[in-house]
Ligand binder design. Structure first.
Ligand code: GLN
Length: 509
């Protein structure tokens, strides 16, 4: 293979490889979000339809799936760094995800859990490595890197915008398996883009295994490059078992009142991670200590943010289905595209705003951005909480409320997510930067534990499949009002403490 440097192949002022990764990620996110748009409705209306507690069962599985799908990225990133390299990892992840989506197209309970498990393992290999691959296309200190990531984030959201519209329409109008099948085709398309990038040598020598000897090293007579994919495949049934443990452990009464194996696993991981971070903070130099502390703090608030934001695929989709007058504009699963639509429209203006404020030396410190982000998130839920006042006699609220809610929530996202992502790389000591990136993704994993908790509280119990309207309206709006209070409260606390942080942290922010 030629060793031609990627910097020799440019397109629109960026390494050409960026555009192949852009399309690969666009289609991967198409499959991820197309499937997510249908997931809760599919569980409530199909997989768990015979249960009175179907909402709670769906909430538990959605939370476990979400937690595992982000936690697996920590392992996938590590295996890529040590053994496979980014190319093979991305390829393996894409194949596993495509299998997952196609298995999901089989309407059957066992296939269902197995499919989710394949997506969990696949995402673990795909998601962290494609993001790192983007970073690796630029030399250290290359000023184009930030705009490269902005372009990449656009790709993510173009996928996130189109997929719920198409998969949601197919799934709800023609049958679930068509929607999931299309998600699978999306993933295959992503793989084709990635493959063609490799064939055209646009990545030069980037993304190859870190050490050929390790890559070829034999374990039980099989080289690691084959051994890892075999183990990855074998992990799927194990994860399917964890996901199927949505029934509570050791509780009486409602079979969903207790914890499941995934919850227990996350308690354990949480304790270990906190202990390790405390150790790292303790042993670092005073200058590093402040930075690391700040990185941990922003990751903590990010968890809270995603914990509210990721309700869009569960409670908010159910609310859209049961209580929003969609009036032929779109169906409930399609409303999942609204978040990405706003991100596509506003991400460039907001990043230009930060650049402009920076020039004027007025760019707010990170804690202020995070404080505002949480306040905005709270306001977005406040909008939904007051929507009940405009409900019609059937308990349906105007679509505008949902639209305004997503508009505000997405601005909150832009105040936090891209800012935090680049801050993590700045604030983490070099020796543990990859580990901190893993912790960053773990924040999304823990967020799903929050999602599970909230959506179980708001689960409707009924033996009637025809739930919705006035029956459910106040349950949801009261819940949204509480979320609004917590989020605004958390945001205000951050804002209140920001001046103190400035004193303590000096130029670290
Ligand atoms: N929406 C972004 C993506 O899909 C971020 C998701 C997350 O980290 N929870 O990549």
């Amino acid at each position: 293979m030629s060793e031609m440097s990627t910097t020799e192949q440019q397109m629109f002022g960026h390494p050409k490889g960026l555009f192949y990764l852009f399309f690969a990620e666009l289609w991967e996110r198409f499959s991820f979000y197309g499937m997510r748009a249908l997931l809760t409705l599919y569980m409530v209306n199909e997989i768990f339809k015979a249960l009175a507690e179907r909402d709670a069962a769906a909430a538990a599985v959605y939370a476990s799936y979400g937690s595992l799908v982000y936690a697996s990225t920590v392992i996938g990133g590590r295996i890529s760094d040590r053994i496979l390299g980014m190319r093979s990892s991305i390829f393996l992840g894409g194949v596993l995800m495509a299998i997952g989506h196609f298995v999901l197209a089989i309407e059957n309970d066992i296939a269902f859990f197995l499919a989710l498990a394949f997506i969990v393992v696949g995402n673990g290999f795909f998601k962290p490595n494609i993001s790192t691959f983007v970073g690796s296309l630029y030399e250290d200190g290359d000023r184009r890197k930030d705009s490269g990531f902005t372009i990449f984030y656009m790709g993510i959201n173009i996928g996130g915008f189109i997929a719920p519209l198409l998969c949601g329409w197919l799934g709800q109008a023609y049958g679930w398996h068509y929607g999931f099948g299309l998600a699978g085709i999306g993933m295959l398309t992503g793989l084709i883009f990635f493959w063609s990038g490799i064939k055209k040598n646009v990545f030069g020598s980037k993304g190859l295994p870190p050490n050929t000897e390790t890559y070829e090293k034999k374990v039980l007579g099989v080289p690691l490059k084959t051994f890892v994919p075999i183990i990855a495949f074998l992990c799927a049934p194990l994860i399917a078992f964890l996901l199927a443990s949505y029934k509570s452990l050791g509780s009486e009464g409602s079979f969903l009142e207790g914890k499941n194996y995934v919850n227990l696993l996350f308690y354990l991981i949480g304790i270990l991670v906190i202990a390790y971070l405390a150790y790292e903070i303790f042993r670092s130099q005073p200058s590093e200590r402040k930075k690391l502390f700040m990185a941990v703090l922003i990751t903590f608030f990010m968890t809270l943010f995603w914990g509210f934001h990721e309700l869009s695929g569960s409670v908010i989709t159910l609310f859209a289905d049961r209580n929003v007058d969609l009036d032929g504009i779109m169906n409930a699963s399609q409303t999942n595209s609204l978040n990405s639509l706003v991100i596509i429209i506003l991400s460039i203006p907001i990043s230009l705003l930060w650049a402009y404020l920076s020039k004027k030396k007025l760019n707010p410190r990170t804690p202020y951005k995070f404080g505002f982000g949480l306040v905005l998130t709270g306001l977005s839920f406040y909008v939904l909480s007051v929507s009940g006042g405009s409900a019609n006699e059937n308990g349906m609220v105007p679509f505008t409320y949902l639209l305004v809610m997503y508009f505000i929530l997405s601005i909150g996202e832009l105040f936090m997510s891209p800012v935090g992502l680049s801050k993590i790389t700045d604030l983490s000591p070099k020796r543990i930067v990859a580990f901190m990136m893993g912790i960053w993704f773990l924040s999304s994993a823990y967020a799903f534990q929050i999602v599970g908790f909230i959506s179980k509280q708001l689960a409707i119990e009924s033996t009637d499949t025809n739930v919705g309207g006035l029956q459910t309206l106040s349950i949801y709006t009261d819940g949204f009002s509480l979320i609004a209070q917590y989020s605004v409260g958390a945001g205000l606390i951050v804002l209140l403490f920001s001046p103190l942080m400035k004193k303590l942290m000096g130029n670290v922010h």
